[in-house]
Design a protein around this ligand. Structure first.
Ligand code: C2E
Ligand code: CA
Ligand code: CA
Length: 711
């Protein structure tokens, strides 16, 4: 024993740095086990002992061994049975089991391996070599376990990265694909026929040419070939893959190998990002970004073919009112419908985009003359104007369209858009719900917004505003019953500018209250002045912007002005659009104004979107029926019917009704017939300066009304 110990000591390999591995020694011979243990214990290993399988199990539960040395002579379970049982224990799955065999007993050796042994030691054990063998066995066990783990990891990673690979022995045409690649294509690896053709069969037919091309290139070149293409997936949608293909020449064999990664997800997000950038999320129409790109290609195509194209700039009329009165959700709903209607009116070769807010554009290619462009514009006006229901209310959206032709009205993106925009403003000015082609002299009128802002500020300072008054005539008496005050901007250089052109800017600049107060004061001073000249008080209607109604000082301002000018409240009427009637604070102010005796008129009735039934609940005195109805009434049977209903209801509720924008006799007579007896319009007079009014006070308008029966 001592000898053995001494001997082993001297032969011990340097063990200090070794990690202490546990070795389970299973030996049914007590004395031999003791010898073995004592001989080996001086090494860095820790030895656990067991006499048989059951004891071994106990030890394993306490400590997982790094290796098992198995030596069984007799007993219920022989060495092979024990080995088999140990091997089947999951804890020992990757633990080397070493059996001891007689030197020439190959039969036992084979049986030992069959029953799961990893290695063997020859009996009798030479302890000096046992330690080396143990170390060697343990190291290779560790390596193989690492490799096994790495393989598992690798395939997990590959599966997670949706990464597969293939190798192709070109000469023999053996094409092997990895399990992951087979998985990607949803095929069973066993069914893959292992030829290039078999692989190409998996490629999406449209991408076949490019894939073949890259494979060919790879066989001639040393550089890595990259390609993105689609693979067909059995029973599913094809997937996008990224392939890297490289040539490897080994021992004169030409092997081409490729990695294949599924990038469908990335492609999908790319597409989504593309869609987000290129399409308007609300309406699904092309976005402004997309528009910038497309107009360049329209320009290039037009230049190349020496053709023209048309730029239609569309801007909804009164969209703000819808947002204000029906809320933003309904506003969004409307934009969606409009977008669909626009898209419907254009051919595949044309292009429509939402430029922002309620602004849209249409590009029409291959234009020869203005005629077909006008037809498209007409169709858009008609289609957009079709009735639709929002919040249970029927509305008829209106739009103004400006048209510019490339290259005639601008030979680059900026110029052509500017011209279309200028033409659109001209369309708004011409009364909205119409289209206008750009003309040279519009450019002179179109001053930049900044210049306009500066000019407006000066207008206040230099008192460039003035009031005109338009008479309102009673069809019953032929006499003037009141006037509407309409502001004008008398610009020193530009001449008379219409309020439609500057009120929106005034609102944006936050000057609307200032202007409103000036109009109120001037109108009342004028009323007082007419009165002082010996005329009875004239009813004057003053337009108040909906924004001004949100100003809480409005009530006191009006009271102040009335007090200072001495005008009785009942002669003053404030005109307000329907949209203001939907704001709680405005309603409060309106109620208080009426308590003072001031009259309230709903302006532009029919263009806003309030409900007919809500008329009963609103605090007002008169209703001004918009020009749109008047224009439409003689040709559209439905409009006449609707007007009849509105007028009937308003009369029943005892409201004063005024028809606006009446330009001819027929319109006046029909309105009169329907029960609207007060008429305002060019038929009886345009808005005129204050000194023209006294002449009209006692003027008899009856001869202007031809009383022949209306057809
Ligand atoms: P509105 O209140 O609807 O005024 C009626 C508009 O129709 C006036 O245009 C008037 O000149 C025009 N008009 C009247 N009869 C006829 C007709 O028979 N045919 C045609 N084609 N037009 C007719 P105007 O003066 O250019 O005013 C435009 C708009 O500017 C007004 O529409 C009103 O909304 C606004 N506005 C005018 N003055 C003021 C003001 O003092 N304050 C505010 N906040 N807005 C004002
Ligand atoms: Ca008005
Ligand atoms: Ca009006």
């Amino acid at each position: 024993m001592t000898n053995v110990l001494d001997m082993t000591k001297s032969l011990l390999p340097v063990a200090s740095k070794e990690k202490q591995s546990r070795i389970l020694l299973i030996d049914d011979n007590d004395s031999l086990r003791l010898i073995s243990k004592t001989a080996l214990s001086t090494s860095s290993f820790i030895f656990d002992e067991a006499k048989n399988y059951l004891q071994a199990l106990e030890k394993i539960k306490q400590h997982k061994p790094a290796s098992v040395i198995l030596e069984i002579q007799k007993g219920n379970l022989d060495v092979f049975d024990t080995c088999r049982l140990l091997r089947s224990n999951p804890i020992l799955a990757d633990v080397p089991i070493i059996v001891t065999v007689e030197l020439d007993d190959t039969n036992s050796l084979q049986r030992a391996f069959d029953s799961g042994a990893t290695d063997f030691l020859v009996k009798p054990l030479k302890y000096s070599t046992v330690l080396y063998s143990l170390r060697f066995i343990l190291r290779s066990a560790k390596d193989s376990s690492e490799i096994r783990n790495n393989n598992i990891q690798l395939s997990t990673v590959q599966a997670m990265a949706r990464l597969g690979y293939w190798t192709w022995d070109v000469k023999k045409n053996i094409f092997k694909i990895s399990e992951q690649l087979a998985d990607l294509c949803n095929i069973n690896l066993i069914n893959f026929d292992q030829t290039l053709e078999g692989f190409l069969h998996l490629v999406e037919p449209n991408d076949l040419k490019i894939v073949k091309h890259r494979l060919q290139e790879a066989s001639f070149s040393d550089s890595v070939q990259s390609i993105e293409h689609r693979l067909q997936v059995i029973d599913a949608k094809s997937i996008f893959v990224h392939q890297e293909i490289v040539r490897k020449s080994t021992n004169g064999k030409l092997i081409i190998t490729g990695t294949v990664q599924d990038i469908s997800q990335r492609k999908a997000s790319e597409q989504q990002i593309h869609h987000l950038a290129y399409f308007d999320t609300l309406t699904g129409l092309a976005s402004r970004t997309y528009y910038h790109e497309r107009i360049q290609s329209f320009i290039q195509t037009a230049d190349r073919r020496e053709e023209k194209f048309a730029f239609l700039f569309l801007d909804l009329d009164g969209f703000k009112d819808i947002n204000d009165s029906l809320g933003h959700n309904q506003g969004d709903e409307l934009l969606k419908i409009i977008a669909a209607r626009i898209q419907n009116e254009i051919r595949d070769v044309d292009f429509a985009a939402r430029l922002g807010g309620d602004e849209f554009c249409i590009l029409l290619s291959g234009i020869i003359d203005d005629e077909p462009v006008a037809e498209v514009a007409c169709r858009c006006l008609d289609q957009i104007n079709k009735p639709l229901t929002l919040s249970q209310q029927q509305i008829r959206p209106r739009v103004s369209i400006g048209i510019a032709i490339y290259p005639r009205d601008g030979d680059n993106e900026h110029e052509i858009m500017k011209s279309a925009d200028t033409a659109m403003y001209a369309a708004k000015k011409a009364g909205k719900q119409c289209f206008t082609f750009y003309t040279q002299d519009m450019a002179l009128q179109a001053v930049s917004r900044l210049e306009k802002e500066q000019m407006l500020l000066e207008a206040f300072e230099d008192k460039q505003f003035m009031l005109h008054f338009q008479p309102q005539i009673s069809m019953k008496t032929g006499r003037m019953v009141g006037v509407e005050a309409l502001v004008r901007w008398r610009h020193p250089a530009e001449g008379m500018i219409s309020p439609d052109e500057f009120i929106p800017e005034i609102e944006q600049l936050g000057l609307v209250t200032q202007l409103g107060e000036w109009v109120l004061k001037t109108a009342c001073e004028q009323m007082a002045s007419w009165h002082q000249s010996g005329f009875p008080f004239i009813h004057v209607a003053v337009n108040i912007s909906a924004l001004h109604f949100q100003d809480t000082s409005l009530l006191s301002t009006v009271k102040d002005i009335l007090a200072k000018t001495g005008v009785p409240a009942e002669y003053l009427e404030l005109e307000v659009t329907e949209s203001a009637m939907h704001v709680e604070e405005c309603l409060n102010i309106i109620t208080q104004l009426r308590e003072v005796g001031i009259k309230i008129a709903i302006d532009d009735f029919g263009t806003g979107y309030s409900c007919l039934a809500s008329l009963k609940q609103l605090p007002f005195d008169s209703l001004k029926i918009d020009k749109v109805f008047i224009d439409d009434m003689l040709t559209n049977h439905h409009t006449a019917l609707l007007l009849g209903t509105i007028i009937g209801l308003a009369n029943a509720l005892d409201y004063k009704i005024v028809a606006e924008g009446v330009e001819n006799n027929e319109q006046a007579l029909v309105m009169h017939g329907l029960g609207c007896h007060i008429i305002q319009g060019y038929l009886f007079g345009r808005p005129v300066s204050s000194d023209e009014i006294p002449k009209l006070i006692n003027f008899d308008f009856s001869p202007q009304i031809e009383t022949e029966p209306v057809r």
